[in-house]
Design a protein around this ligand. Structure first.
Ligand SMILES: Cc1cc2nc3c(=O)[nH]c(=O)nc-3n(C[C@H](O)[C@H](O)[C@H](O)COP(=O)(O)OP(=O)(O)OC[C@H]3O[C@@H](n4cnc5c(N)ncnc54)[C@H](O)[C@@H]3O)c2cc1C
Length: 381
């Protein structure tokens, strides 16, 4: 499988944009734990955000593969900045798949234009991998939902205009998979509060927050999809977004490999450059091979998705393997920088810190393996 000419052009344009707009400022954003949102808005103007949104809702009408390709290039140049830009549309997949026509016309068009940012609050202090434990309650009173509860580690919690909330609407339901629903909250609604989390290990340019809902009232029209179908809608959502996370892993690994290659070609030891040593070449070969394998996995899983074939186990393979590749490659790349990597070379240190998130969010690597195994065990061979 290879990319089409159009996809190759998208990759090239995304790489050029990232090099020009944030390569040189990545250290500053990491240190400040803040991003310059005008760069994200510029990325929107150039058509890099929410590309999967259909044309009738203001997007480019491209596939999830194209969104992943852009993500990979942005993360290759800098993961924190890449996340700050690509997360602008995190949640639009849910609205596009399950929203009413009216909701899609209201919420989607401003996203690719950079006028509005969307985010998604699922995780809570006591509910992470097991989303059925979510306690944030949305009580239906007449024609309103009244939302109360706390969410944890929410990307863009302080910045988003619209927040999708995975909430408990049917606490008495016996089946834990039918207790939750997904509700849209305008973050300007009274009772919505977000507090920025400081001191993250990596992707520090990206905003992460603790969010609380204190008697937040929204009209029942803000239900996205159906009541009690929240869990199933969420699994559908992850089948899309996990491809993007896999692309993040490939991007950070590719960027780290390039930093390592450039270092070993310059650094001298044992009568020549480090790159002449076979032990070093083996490391480079192994890093590159794993990256290529991880990339092939997400290209295939995203391509199948774009062609109407959802394969949750393949998507989970892509996400798990890309996360492991990201952690492996950044570790080896830092190793090849030696003491300079540990002490002075800020870029490789940052990539090393950034990579780990790919193994944690949107399904830890163990959760991905559980999905793979359960899908396989269902099959009769
Ligand atoms: C920077 C960042 C941004 C995030 N952004 C968002 C966001 O925008 N919206 C949102 O809702 N959430 C977000 N999250 C939350 C993220 O999705 C959760 O951290 C993740 O799902 C894991 O949940 P947890 O942290 O509660 O870990 P836990 O569920 O407590 O799990 C801890 C560890 O236990 C192990 N484990 C868990 N389940 C299993 C299992 N079934 N089998 C074997 N081992 C297992 C894994 O090693 C796992 O890492 C973000 C997190 C971070 C760090």
């Amino acid at each position: 499988m290879d990319l089409t000419d159009e996809q190759k052009d998208i990759v090239k344009a995304a790489r050029e944009f990232a090099e020009a707009e944030f390569r040189d400022r990545a250290k500053e954003f990491d240190e400040k734990e803040e991003f310059d949102l005008s760069i994200a808005k510029k990325a929107c103007e150039y058509g890099f955000v929410g590309t999967f949104i259909k044309e009738e809702y203001g997007g480019a009408g491209l596939g999830f593969l194209e969104h992943s390709l852009i993500t990979e290039q942005f993360w290759r140049v800098d993961p924190g900045c890449g996340q700050a830009i690509c997360s602008y549309s995190f949640g639009a997949e849910m609205v596009q798949a399950f929203g009413t026509e009216e909701q899609k016309r209201k919420y989607l068009p401003p996203i690719p234009k950079g006028e509005k940012m969307i985010a998604f609050a699922i995780t809570e202090p006591d509910a992470g991998s097991d989303v059925t434990m979510v306690k944030t309650k949305a009580e239906r009173v007449g024609d309103r939902y009244i939302i109360n509860g706390s969410k944890m580690f929410i990307t863009n919690g302080c910045l988003a205009d619209y927040m999708l909330v995975f909430a408990l609407t049917h606490p008495q339901e016996q089946d834990v998979h039918k207790r939750h629903s997904i509700i849209m909250v305008d973050t300007k609604t009274p009772g919505y509060e977000a507090n920025k989390i400081h001191g993250k290990m990596g992707i520090r340019a990206s905003n992460t927050a603790e969010v609380s809902f204190n008697n937040v009232e929204v009209p029942v029209e803000n239900l996205i999809g159906q009541e009690q179908r929240g869990f199933y809608q969420l699994m559908d959502f992850f089948n899309k977004t996990r491809n993007h996370v896999a692309a993040q892993g490939v991007g950070v690994a590719q960027g780290a490999l390039e930093l390592a290659i450039s270092h070993v070609k310059k650094r001298k030891a044992f009568g020549g450059t480090l790159s002449r040593l076979q032990g070093v070449q083996f490391k480079i070969a192994e890093m590159a091979t794993r990256i290529e394998a991880a990339r092939s996995l997400y290209w295939r899983s995203a391509w199948l998705l774009d062609h109407g074939k959802v394969e949750p186990s393949l998507i989970s393979m892509a996400k798990w393997f890309a996360g492991e590749t990201a952690v492996y490659v950044t570790n080896e790349a830092l190793q090849l920088h030696g003491g300079y990597g540990y002490i002075a070379e800020y870029d490789i240190q940052r990539f090393y810190r950034d990579a780990k998130i790919v193994e944690i969010y949107e399904g830890s690597k163990e959760v991905e393996k559980a999905v793979i195994a359960s899908e396989l065990l269902k099959k009769v061979f």
